[in-house]
Design a protein around this ligand. Structure first.
Ligand SMILES: *[C@@H]1O[C@H](CO)[C@@H](O)[C@H](O)[C@H]1NC(C)=O
Ligand SMILES: CC(=O)N[C@H]1CO[C@H](CO)[C@@H](O)[C@@H]1O
Length: 763
């Protein structure tokens, strides 16, 4: 009641002041629309030219020409789809002072989920730095609970978390006293090792505590076991007595801080946030559904322990770089006017280890600064699995209604009489394998479902479930996050993209080409599966999402099929060059103009856009290279694997990206030297394409004088050679371990020569 009165007073006295503001870029967007229209005219002219100049039957190059037409049709149509991302960019700004003025005493509870899966590639020290950074949020500690889900079920991770719980008693008050940023100890000490000024005394002592802890943990990790004295001292370790393997164990749950008898205070006597360790039950015969399964177990367990109305989830490598992010997110959810429609607030993925020229294009600059703000203008960005705040009720299937207002009142959960031990026992079952059987949790989104006819759904009983709320994250898709976000948006909820100047979360970007390509394979594969699933943005989203948002989703879903047009363009024109068959108009031909215009305009625009997102020219060039490599390898493999999956030959897999690399690799990464180092099939494709183009380029230049002819095929071939320079270096010049193995070199040269010879003599 009181809240309502205040709100009305606020309106009458000083007008209604929203908690966040939305700005649209009108002038720039208008200018962009004009520009895009001219590019579209160019594209249309290219289509007309291709369609009207097809060589007759029996003429040279007819097949190649038709292929070019197909590729350009695809490129053009795909370009049209991507326009949705640039048509209506929207930026958000929050007013945290208004939030605390109005709601400081009514702030909702927030549950923070940190997910880790494997201690060998996600080191416990990294995990606890993330945990400590979110525990130290500038938010009332009694309203905050941090959960670590450990799918590795590792006692080492548990041990590290135990140590972190002790360290937090010193770290959190230190952060508050000196307004420390960022609040991940490792990142903070790294940025503060030079100037030890006024706070030096405290800094030195907290740093000492941290380093001692680090020593103990790294020692335990190195020995792969917990020191006996520690193991005996803390009863939590006894839960590993019945542990047989990470794929086969009981639920392990430990409330390290919080609850009636564990309400620890920090060294200054202040309450600490609740801290919980969870390793859900795993059985070999039971699918565990990867991260989505872990998230769902966390949702259930937390609903008995703290029941925060807001859930934040972060990957274990993404520490908080801004202690105000929770308040930022609440400015959206608690806004009186628009807040009730918002289901989730997504922060961008940023990384603190991208090098200046981002050799693997891993900064996602354009995505964070252009594309996602673009989606936000049409109803909200995708949910990308980390750095995202959700409303619990919506994640658990709440129905959308325009009128409903949520009550931000604190709910008391749990039994006050209950001890921590009893509580732990009680919630164990919620994280068991069998709990989800015959429930709506996760509701599988298998591909075959969408392809079988609707009446078979009824037979299988799917239709009758349709009306029950779907609970939690969806299973059966390598990008469980995107499909979950999509299904939420299809119900009518909105999402928000919030990208503050000081980044909210910083993670670890891949540091080798292999990791980068594998990561993109998973993403593009998952997105393609969404397109083919029941929740396809193309038809399920019809009428539920705004058409532009639909287009935006489809842009990502079509990543994988993009491979064909790009593959075609990256060797067919070159092969035809070898035989002197033109596939493009000559410079003197007026039809040359649309080609030149589209190419120059698009690339200039992309460069300018990249620079506006504070990238470098070389960084842009590297981005173009990765663009090509993703399309010719990751996307191709993703497409093929999805087809195999459709045909029933394979199963969904989930690969966790490695977050540790040996010092050698790190050094090369910092020198921005591309890391190959193995004979992965993807590299063979890259090397062969590179060799093919090199051979053809050399032959063409030798065969005719380059002067006087500005043949687009030569230019294209030359650009492909130029962009592949790091591959040639890795094939023939480099001596370090990151080079391409000589077997790949031999294979690519032979294959390149073979294809060229075949093409010249056989066709
Ligand atoms: C992370 O936080 C620090 C300290 O507040 C700030 O200086 C830095 O710019 C932030 N990093 C990014 C990428 O925003
Ligand atoms: C520039 C930078 O910080 N690079 C680091 C990024 O993270 C990887 C993996 O932890 C390190 O190996 C790099 O040195």
């Amino acid at each position: 009641m009181r809240g309502k009165e205040e709100r009305e007073n606020m309106r009458s006295d000083d007008g209604y002041l929203p908690l966040f503001e939305t700005r649209r870029e009108r002038v720039r967007v208008m200018a962009y629309r004009v520009f895009a229209t001219t590019v579209f005219v160019g594209i249309a002219l290219i289509w007309v030219y291709r369609g009207s100049h097809i060589p007759g039957a029996g003429e040279d190059g007819r097949l190649g020409w038709i292929g070019m037409f197909g590729a350009e049709l695809w490129f053009g149509l795909y370009w049209v789809l991507t326009q949705s991302l640039r048509w209506n960019r929207t930026f958000r700004f929050t007013f945290k002072d208004r939030l605390s003025k109005r709601y400081e005493n009514e702030l909702p509870k927030v549950d923070i989920f940190v997910c880790t899966a494997d201690p060998s590639i996600e080191p416990p020290m990294m995990v606890i730095n993330t945990v400590l950074s979110v525990m130290a949020y500038d938010y009332p500690p009694e309203k905050m609970s941090v959960y670590l889900s450990d799918d590795g079920g590792s006692d080492l991770t548990y041990y590290a978390l135990l140590e972190a719980s002790f360290f937090s008693k010193h770290w959190i008050p230190y952060c508050k006293k000196f307004k420390v940023e960022p609040r991940s100890p490792a990142a903070y000490f790294l940025s503060h090792h030079h100037h030890q000024s006024d706070e030096s005394q405290d800094l030195a002592s907290i740093k000492k505590l941290y380093e001692d802890m680090e020593d103990r943990i790294t020692n335990a990790v190195k020995l792969e076991r917990i020191p006996e004295n520690i193991r005996l001292k803390h009863k939590g370790f006894s839960q590993w007595n019945s542990f047989s393997s990470r794929k086969d164990h009981d639920t392990i749950i430990q409330i390290l801080i919080g609850g009636r008898d564990m309400a620890a205070k920090d060294v200054e006597g202040c309450t600490l946030p609740t801290l919980v360790y969870l390793a859900r039950e795993k059985r070999p015969q039971h699918p565990h559904n990867f991260k989505a399964g872990a998230m769902n177990a966390l949702i259930r367990v937390s609903s008995e322990i703290s029941k925060g109305q807001i859930i934040l989830n972060v990957d274990c490598d993404m520490y908080s770089n801004n202690s105000h992010s929770v308040r930022d997110a609440l400015c959206f959810f608690m806004d009186e006017e628009k807040g009730h429609e918002i289901a989730f607030v997504q922060f961008p993925q940023n990384f603190d280890n991208v090098t200046k020229n981002e050799i693997y294009a891993s900064s996602f600059r354009v995505m964070s600064d252009v594309e996602f703000p673009g989606l936000d203008g049409h109803g909200g960005p995708l949910y990308i699995g980390t750095g995202c705040f959700h409303r619990r009720d919506i994640l658990c299937g709440a129905k959308f209604s325009k009128e409903s207002r949520i009550q931000w009142r604190r709910e008391n959960v749990g039994n006050v009489e209950e001890s921590v031990g009893e509580l732990e026992e009680r919630v164990k079952g919620l994280a068991s394998c069998g709990f989800e059987d015959n429930t709506q949790w996760g509701r599988e989104v298998s591909l075959s479902l969408s392809l079988s006819l609707t009446h078979t759904h009824t037979q299988k009983g799917y239709l009758k479930h349709e009306f029950l709320p779907k609970m939690g994250l969806k299973y059966g898709c390598p990008v469980e996050d995107v499909i979950t976000g999509l299904s939420i948006q299809c119900k009518g909820w909105k999402s928000i993209f919030y990208n503050p100047a000081r980044k909210g979360f910083l993670g670890v970007a891949p540091t080798s080409l292999d990791q980068t390509l594998v990561q993109h394979k998973r993403w593009s594969e998952g997105d393609l599966q969404i397109l083919l699933s029941k929740y396809s943005p193309a038809w399920y989203g019809l009428g539920k999402l705004s058409p532009c948002l639909q287009m935006g989703y489809i842009t990502y879903c079509l990543w994988a099929p993009n491979c064909f047009a790009t593959l075609y363009y990256s060797f067919v024109p070159s092969l035809y060059l070898l035989r002197g068959i033109p596939l493009f108009p000559q410079v003197s031909n007026p039809w040359f103009i649309p080609f030149a215009y589209v190419i120059i305009a698009q690339y200039t625009h992309s460069l300018v856009e990249f620079l506006q997102c504070s990238g470098t020219v070389l960084g842009w060039w590297n981005n173009q290279r990765i663009w090509l490599y993703k399309r010719t390898t990751s996307y191709l493999f993703a497409f093929l694997d999805t087809m195999l999956l459709l045909a029933g030959f394979s199963e969904t897999t989930f690969i966790v990206t490695n977050k540790v690399s040996d010092p050698d690799v790190s050094q090369r990464y910092e020198q921005e030297l591309m890391e190959f180092g193995s004979a992965a099939p993807m590299f063979s494709i890259l090397a062969t394409l590179a060799m093919l183009n090199l051979i053809i380029f050399v032959v063409s230049v030798v065969k005719r004088s380059v002067f006087g002819i500005m043949d687009m095929q030569i230019v294209l071939c030359g650009v492909l050679v130029l962009i592949n320079l790091p591959v040639y270096k890795a094939l023939f010049l480099r001596k370090d371990k990151g080079k391409l193995p000589s077997s790949v070199a031999a294979k690519s040269v032979l294959l390149g020569l073979f294809v060229c010879t075949c093409f010249v003599f056989l066709f």
